[in-house]
Design a protein around this ligand. Structure first.
Ligand code: GTP
Ligand code: MG
Length: 368
């Protein structure tokens, strides 16, 4: 079995020289490919020299700092071309302890991709300040739920892939050149139906060298995650429907409050604001959210159906206002809290009606 470790480097001269022998010592089948982005500190030259004496050490020079994601894509292509069986991702800064290698290899017998995971039982991080811990953990949780990824640690850079996985994924389709590459790969591997396993690792913060993780990287990662989200038709529809829902809600709340301010009866005001907001939503959903639906029904058919659904939704809206207003009224009994009473009821009513409208739109109005 041929095993390739891929390690991208940018200014890791102090670390990479220590890491390489540690990794190669674990197992005689291991080779290592360093992908250096012309590090100003001379990392590339150092590895060139090491490679002269040891054929298990390879290096790929790139002309400048092109990002960790694009480095891995090049590494994966190299691994496929040179027929390796197992491919590892590993940081150069000694944060990933080589002692986990045998277990990663063992676990890869049962799984197509094995992650060294910080966020499973027994895993963790040493040496991070609290804010770093919190942001990393939070970003992981948020991205996991947005992209519906099953593994617990999706940003980890310590991994072991079977070569079949990399062959099946279209490497040229990958959109993330930077750190979002981590999430994107899991997204694609999961979607392709491969089995992903995790082993706990303790990640030790780098002792030498500077972090490449900055605000620029965070923004570009967020953009990449958004791009991935929008790749799924279902999510795309929900995001658009949600945005339109927000616009409709603003209109609904605004008109309701203005009319009540001018002493209109609450229920009449609610009816008017609701109808205007619903019309706004229909127009936008038809021309934007469900635009991609082919063979849409005739406009007037959709319109009648939509009116029927929103009319029912509107009754639901009134009904909820009717039962919640007295309840909220008891909770907030002071006169200055009247707007709070009104809007609390409205929040509850709007939530229910939005769900009703989404299901009705998707399953009836815009179904072909
Ligand atoms: N070739 C290449 N390697 C990179 C690039 N950015 C980061 N790396 C390497 O990718 C690995 C992970 O980067 P790190 O800076 O350690 O990222 P991190 O672990 O999230 O953050 P710190 O450990 O705090 O620095 C390291 O080996 C870096 O040298 C890049 O643009 N090109
Ligand atoms: Mg690091």
């Amino acid at each position: 079995m041929k095993i390739l470790f891929i390690t991208p480097t940018y200014n890791e001269k102090e670390n990479i020289g220590k890491l390489i022998p540690l990794v190669l010592d674990v197992n005689g089948n291991i080779e290592i490919l360093v992908i250096d982005d012309n590090s100003p500190d001379g990392t590339g030259e150092l590895v060139d020299n090491m490679a002269k004496d040891d054929p298990r050490i390879k290096i790929l020079h790139r002309k400048g700092k092109l990002g960790i994601g694009s480095a891995y894509v090049e590494g994966f292509k190299y691994a496929i071309k040179n027929q390796y069986d197992l491919i590892f991702q590993m940081d150069a800064d000694l944060s990933h302890d080589p002692k986990y290698i045998p277990e990663l290899i063992r676990k890869s017998e049962k799984y197509d991709l094995v992650l060294g995971s910080r966020w499973v039982k027994g895993g963790g991080v040493i040496g991070w300040p609290f804010y770093r811990y919190l942001t990393s953990w939070g970003a992981n949780l948020l991205t996991r739920s947005l992209l519906r990824l099953k593994p617990k640690d999706i940003t980890t850079g310590y991994r072991c892939y079977k070569v079949e996985v990399l062959k099946k994924i279209n490497l040229d389709e990958i959109v993330s050149t930077g750190y979002a590459f981590m999430e994107e790969l899991i997204f694609r591997v999961q979607r392709a139906g491969f089995k992903i396993g995790e082993i706990p690792i303790i990640f030790v913060d780098r002792k030498i060298g500077k972090s490449k993780m900055g605000i620029k990287e965070i923004i570009s990662s967020a953009r990449a995650v958004f791009k991935l989200l929008m790749k799924q038709k279902k999510t795309r529809q929900m995001v658009k429907f949600g945005l339109i829902g927000i616009s409709g809600t603003v209109i609904d709340f605004g008109i309701l409050n203005i009319l009540v301010y001018f002493h209109m009866n609450v229920y009449y005001a609610a009816a008017i604001s609701f109808i205007i907001a619903a019309t706004n939503n229909f127009i936008w959903n038809r021309s934007w959210t469900f635009k991609e639906i082919k063979n849409q029904k005739k406009l007037h058919v959709q319109y009648v159906q939509y009116i029927m659904i929103t009319a029912t939704g509107f009754l639901l809206n009134l009904f909820i206002l009717k039962i919640t207003l007295p309840y909220f009224g008891r909770v907030f009994s002071l006169d200055i809290t009247r707007p709070i009473v009104l809007n609390s009821s409205k929040v509850v009513a709007s939530l229910f009606v939005m769900i009703w409208n989404f299901l009705g739109s998707k399953k009836i109005v815009f179904k072909t």
